[in-house]
Write a protein that binds this ligand. Structure first.
Ligand code: EPZ
Length: 427
């Protein structure tokens, strides 16, 4: 099993190219199921989850062709075509490896009038229920059955009616699933308290490019007019705001000065505002965001929230950065029930963190020391990399397959700005 070795202490300096967004790619790809015409996505990140999603689409009958596989091509181009579905079942052995597979439920029932998807189950950060996905689909006409670990959604008469649903809590995935079903319903749909993340906007923009009718894009109320059919499109995936925020923390924690090339500052206001409050210089340049660290990071009080609030996917990375701040920070994780798996590992590197339920108090320390640490989930893994970049001595991060799900060419990008980092196979 691969592991990553880091010898800390180098100030990062230079440019990091930001890849296409993982969490946009995973909701744009299933749109290929909604039409029998080709869908071409550009700027796709080179990630394990993207490859897995391609395999799932193949299982369902979509052909997938990848271009841009030259080492120099950061963004890949994938053309998908679902001439006709060969299956409407997403099997357990695929879904268990990638929770985002649940995002084929909506487009399959939207295209074929029926979909059967293995229940995704939980993961390290929480039990990750899908009740809101199912309630929202029922609200627009789907009949839902749960049996033998699978969920089956059926449109009576083969086509969803459309309808109205108000989300009791904001859910990114549930908003995405019901959007991809509503666009081909017989009638109109209204979604209230819908998620507003930039990845939802990216999805809406692609669906409109495919001929869908959606109003209120970027707001919490989405109005969709169902269409009889959608056509193919070519679309560029948005830049990854979480990857960009993660590397901003890398520059900040190492006293560095880095340009994040291709990042979109408008997608990451809460992250950038928090960095400025911590004393980091943030300069929005043409085509890049410059991140320059202060001598020492100031402590922060942060609470995660749905967009446009501070992203839960940035909590672990900020915690690593705040471990060496000049005071005590208070972080509150309001979205997931178990998103502090990085705390015991950071503590082994010398961090001083107390967790009380959903709140973590991070007391800044003057130094951290490298150690062998264990990655547990995607963003926790990145927080350990960040701590390793600033710690004295060598840090070894194990189980880096977690990282490979969300960070394209991580060690290459960090080596490019001066980090002493390498990947080692089983030793
Ligand atoms: C998406 O997950 C992202 N994943 C997550 O990123 C991200 O943390 C999350 O949104 C919040 O921004 C992808 O886009 C592939 P939710 P999702 O539905 O859709 C509860 C990463 O690191 N909930 O917005 O699963 C849920 O338990 C990953 O890139 C229900 O109760 O998140 C959570 O407490 C991690 N019932 C809250 O809502 C449901 O039916 C928000 O979940 C669905 C969700």
């Amino acid at each position: 099993m691969d592991r990553i070795l880091i010898r800390g202490g180098n100030r990062l300096s230079g440019k990091i190219a930001i890849s296409g967004a993982k969490n946009a790619a995973l909701t744009l790809m299933p749109c290929a199921l909604l039409t029998d015409e080709p869908l071409t996505l550009r700027n796709l990140p080179r990630l394990a989850d993207v490859d897995s999603f391609g395999h799932l689409l193949n299982e369902l009958g979509a052909s997938t062709a990848i271009e841009g596989t030259r080492p120099t091509d950061f963004g890949r181009v994938m053309t998908m075509r679902t001439g006709q579905l060969s299956s409407t079942v997403a099997p357990y052995d695929i879904v268990r490896k990638m929770r985002a597979s649940i995002l084929v439920l909506g487009p399959l029932v939207g295209r074929a009038g029926v979909a059967t998807v293995s229940l995704p189950g939980g993961c390290a950060i929480g039990n990750r229920p899908i009740d809101l996905h199912l309630k929202a689909l029922e609200a627009i006409g789907a009949e839902i059955e749960l049996a033998a670990g699978y969920v089956k959604a059926t449109a009576p008469g083969g086509r969803l009616s459309g309808g109205r649903f108000r989300f009791p809590v904001v859910s990114v995935g549930a908003t995405e699933n019901v959007l991809m079903a509503a666009v081909t319903a017989k009638g109109g749909s209204v979604l209230e308290n819908a998620a507003r993340e930039p990845e939802i906007v990216d999805l809406c923009n692609l669906l409109v490019a495919m001929g869908a009718s959606i109003h209120g894009i970027g707001t919490e109320t989405l109005e969709i007019e169902g269409r009889d059919r959608l056509h193919g499109a070519t679309y560029k995936v948005m830049p990854d705001r979480i990857e960009a925020g993660s590397y901003a923390c890398a520059a900040a924690i190492t006293g560095g000065d880095v340009d994040l090339v291709g990042a979109n500052a408008n997608d990451m206001r809460a992250t950038l505002d928090a960095l400025v409050e911590a004393g980091v210089t943030v300069e929005e340049k043409k085509g890049a965001i410059r991140i320059a660290a202060p001598d020492r990071i100031k402590p922060l009080t942060l609470s995660t929230a749905p967009y446009p609030g501070f992203a839960t996917d940035m909590q672990a990375q900020f915690m690593a950065m705040l471990c060496m701040s000049s005071g005590a920070s208070v972080l509150t994780e309001t979205i997931f029930e178990n998103r502090y798996m990085h705390v015991p590992e950071l503590t082994r590197m010398g961090a001083n963190i107390e967790v009380h339920g959903r709140t973590a108090v991070v007391h800044g320390v003057d130094r951290m020391t490298g150690a062998q640490v264990m990655a547990t989930d995607l963003r926790a893994s990145m927080s350990l990399i960040l701590a390793g970049l600033a710690a004295e001595g060598e840090t070894q991060v194990n189980r880096v397959y977690h990282l490979d799900r969300g960070y394209e060419r991580l060690e290459e990008k960090l080596q490019g700005v001066g980090a002493d980092i390498e990947r080692a196979g089983d030793g």
